[in-house]
Ligand binder design. Structure first.
Ligand code: ZN
Length: 286
C-alpha cells in the first residue's frame, strides 16, 4: 500500500487543483499526415508476405518503406506486443514515450508512431483500425496503448518472489530478434524496447492512477493496419496474457496466434518520401 500524505493541504489547495490543464503538445502544431492520400492506396494492394506469430511466442518480419502492414486477430481475442525497428539501423526504433506525448495514451487511425532520439521522425502511420469504434469506455480504458512496457521476466521475478517464467513478451521478443539477426541473446535483449500494445485494452484508474487492463474487445477478423514510412523490421509477441483479462507471466491464460500481412501498394502518395531524420543540429547549445 502507498503511504498516506504526511503534509497538510494548504489553504488554497482547492484553487490550485482547479487550474485547468493545458495540452502539452497542441495537435495544431504537430504535422499530420494526409490520411486520405494513404487510404486511397488501400484499394490496390497486393499481399506479399504473411507471418504467423505463435501463441506465447514471437516472430519478426520486414515491411519495406511504402508498404502496408496488417496485424490480425485470427482465432480468439489476443494481445500483441509490438516492437518496430529501422530495418537498416536497429538503433532507431519505436519510441513509445514521445509517441504517447504527441498522440495520447492510445493510438489509432491517423496517428503516427515516432522513433527515438536523435532520429525522432514518424516511422509508421496508422491507416486502418477495425476497433476504432471503441473509443474510451466508462473506466477510461481504450485499445492499442503506448503506456505499458511489455510483460517481462524480471518484474515477474520481483513480484512472484523469485519466479522464473520464460515466455513473457520480453523474452519472446528477445529470442525472435536473436534468431532473426544472428545476435546473441544478450545483445538482442538490449534492442528490445517498450511496445505498442496492439489490441490490449488498458487505462489508468481515476483514484489511484494505477495501470489497469481488461479483456480485449478484439475478435477474429479485426486488424490494425499501418503504412511503413521507412524500411521497418517488426517483431511481435503474442502475449502469454492472451486477451489480458486476468494475468500474464504464466501459462494460465488462453492464448492464440496472431497473423501479420504485408502488402505492396500499386502506387504511392504523390510527393511521398520516407521522412528525413530529425532536423535538430545536435550542437546542444555548445
Ligand atoms: Zn505480454
Amino acid at each position: 500500500m502507498k503511504p498516506k500524505p504526511t503534509t497538510n493541504a494548504p489553504q488554497d489547495a482547492a484553487a490550485r487543483r482547479a487550474i485547468q490543464p493545458v495540452i502539452c503538445y497542441p495537435v495544431e502544431t504537430l504535422p499530420r499526415p494526409d490520411l486520405s492520400a494513404y487510404r486511397a492506396l488501400r484499394n490496390d494492394l497486393e499481399l506479399v508476405d504473411r507471418i504467423t506469430v505463435p501463441a506465447r511466442d514471437a516472430a519478426c518480419w520486414s515491411v519495406p518503406a511504402g508498404h502496408f502492414c496488417r496485424i490480425l486477430c485470427i482465432e480468439g481475442a489476443q494481445v500483441g506486443d509490438l516492437n518496430l525497428f529501422n530495418a537498416n539501423n536497429l538503433a532507431e526504433r519505436l519510441y513509445t514515450g514521445k509517441t504517447r506525448a504527441l498522440n495520447g495514451t492510445h493510438v489509432g487511425l491517423g496517428d503516427q508512431l515516432f522513433s527515438n532520439m536523435p532520429y525522432l521522425r514518424p516511422i509508421a502511420t496508422i491507416t486502418h483500425d477495425t476497433l476504432d469504434w471503441y473509443g474510451f469506455d466508462e473506466f477510461g480504458g481504450s485499445v492499442h496503448d503506448v503506456i505499458g512496457t511489455r510483460c517481462d521476466p524480471y518484474t515477474n521475478n520481483l513480484l512472484s518472489h523469485g519466479g522464473q517464467y520464460h515466455h513473457c513478451c520480453h523474452s519472446n521478443l528477445t529470442r525472435a530478434l536473436a534468431t532473426q539477426t544472428g545476435k546473441s541473446l544478450v545483445e538482442a535483449e538490449g534492442h528490445i524496447h517498450d511496445v505498442l500494445n496492439v489490441f490490449m485494452c488498458t487505462g489508468f484508474t481515476r483514484e489511484t492512477g494505477q495501470y489497469f487492463m481488461k479483456a480485449s474487445p478484439v475478435r477474429p477478423g479485426d486488424y490494425l493496419e499501418f503504412f511503413a514510412e521507412i524500411d521497418l523490421l517488426g517483431c511481435m509477441s503474442a502475449c502469454p496474457g492472451g486477451d489480458c483479462s486476468s494475468e500474464h507471466s504464466s501459462d494460465a491464460a488462453a492464448c492464440h496466434p496472431l497473423e501479420v500481412e504485408v502488402y505492396r501498394s500499386a502506387h504511392l502518395p504523390e510527393n511521398w518520401r520516407p521522412p528525413q531524420l530529425n532536423g535538430y543540429d545536435r550542437s546542444h547549445g555548445v
